[in-house]
Design a binder for this molecule. Structure first.
Ligand code: REX
Length: 415
């Protein structure tokens, strides 16, 4: 049972699946849902231009799905598996990388809501001796302010050899934390934002400890089943993507080398920081439900939305397992980005959860593709009238540039 403070928003099934072009006519529903601001109609041409650009820059395929007051709108470009001739498919599953962090944060915040732990408790109060500094709290790990070294920096210094070395490995969460704590803290606990996968491995350990359940069960019981996310799975340590899926294609560091099929991998190096599998519809349902108050009560949701800058652009922020991007049309969207070998993902929703976008491209280690894919956000949430809109003609001028994340090693692609 969720706490009574959680809003029980009725499950409104998105029944209309149309092209972006149809909804671009008008989204504005006078007398409709009072809570939801209709917002501008999504710019289907702009979304398509962003996806097309992502494929021109090296992704075999790219796709996006928008869910809003008028239903669901999908756009696909390119192939789901290089050379197969099979089109991208918004019903197919893919690896969502760090969007997993939002799922992990929700589960831990539910446990905080239930009184199993306090946000400002030291992690070591619950897992004695795990971390080298007793000052690191749950809030610090959820907001990337612990200073815990990101062990994955070392793993992927060389992209393809790094990937091949871990793709079939199975780590324990403790082993991953151990790789981090062998290095000194990068900042004083609580003093600064320093993105690190280690933080969300610690979140996974806390969830397992506080629930007494394996992570997969905790995600299923608390998020996946209640929201009916039938295409979302935490399959670790299996290395396949069950059912219809998009293949991953990792871009080698050396120019001109062929893409490496990275579909099969355990993602054990990331686990609660990045091993979830999902679809655009499920990601939109998840982000919309989260901001709509279905997963957390107002106190925990407010804590999650309390953000600090994640770079110096003034438009990119991080809360607790959640990013906030401020778009050119003065709309702020909340969600997460993801990068796991072979896949880039964006999953964001408006503050009321009424409009959501999930976009993915089936390559990684190609920052230009990631930047192009990010253009779907401006197009979908700001619409064709926005100064920040993208079309094929003015894509260069209106490029949506994800922030530089100074804490990521060279070669990692910040979102
Ligand atoms: C791992 C290396 C990137 C990727 C990473 N991913 O830390 C986490 C994530 C799970 O999704 N983070 C993103 C590899 C940034 C987020 O939070 O938004 N890069 C690749 C290399 C570079 O190997 N040498 O691009 O596939």
């Amino acid at each position: 049972m969720r706490s009574p403070t959680r809003k029980r928003v009725a499950l409104v099934a998105a029944t209309l699946v149309a092209s972006f072009a149809v909804a671009a006519q008008a989204i504005g529903v006078p007398g409709g849902d009072d809570d939801a601001s209709p917002g501008p109609a999504p710019d289907s041409a702009g979304v398509r231009a962003a996806l097309t650009e992502a494929t021109e820059l090296g992704a075999p395929g790219a796709m996006a799905r928008f869910d809003g007051p008028d239903g669901a709108l999908s756009e696909v470009v390119g192939e789901r598996e290089l050379g197969s001739g099979q089109p991208m498919d918004t019903d197919a599953r893919f690896r969502v990388g760090s969007v997993t962090k939002s799922f992990s944060a929700v589960v831990l915040l539910q446990l905080v809501e239930e009184g199993a732990a306090g946000l400002d408790d030291p992690v070591n109060d619950h897992l004695p001796g795990l971390l080298p500094d007793d000052r690191i709290t749950l809030r610090h790990v959820l907001s990337h302010r612990s200073g815990l070294w990101d062990y994955s920096n070392d793993m992927f210094a060389q992209t393809v050899p790094g990937f091949e070395a871990v793709r079939n490995e199975v780590y324990t969460l403790q082993e991953l934390v151990g790789l981090s704590t062998a290095e000194p803290l990068t900042v004083e606990p609580g003093s600064a934002y320093a993105y690190s996968n280690t933080n969300f491995v610690v979140v996974g350990l806390l969830v397992e400890h506080l629930t007494g359940q394996p992570l997969a069960e905790a995600y299923r019981e608390r998020v996946i089943d209640p929201l009916g996310l039938e295409d979302t799975a935490y399959a670790h340590p299996e290395n396949t993507v069950p059912g219809a899926h998009i293949d991953g294609h990792l871009t080698p560091d050396e120019a001109g080398q062929p893409l490496v099929d990275s579909t099969e991998q355990t993602v054990s190096w990331a686990q609660s920081a990045g091993a979830m599998i999902s679809t655009p519809a499920d990601l939109n349902r998840f982000t919309s439900a989260l901001l709509g108050g279905e997963l957390l009560g107002s106190e925990q949701l407010d804590a999650m939305l309390e953000v600090a800058p994640s770079d110096d652009t003034g438009t990119r922020h991080y809360g607790l397992g959640l990013r906030r991007y401020d778009l050119s049309c003065e709309v702020s969207v909340f969600g997460h980005t993801g990068t796991v070998q072979g896949y880039y993902t964006y999953a964001f929703t408006t503050e009321d959860g009424a409009r959501s976008l999930a976009a993915t491209a089936n390559t990684s280690n190609n920052g230009d593709v990631n930047t192009a894919l990010g253009g779907t956000l401006e197009a979908a949430f700001c619409g064709a009238e926005s100064a920040g809109r993208r079309t094929a003609a003015d894509a260069e001028d209106t490029r949506f540039v994800p922030p530089a994340e100074p804490d990521l090693p060279a070669g990692l692609q910040p979102n």
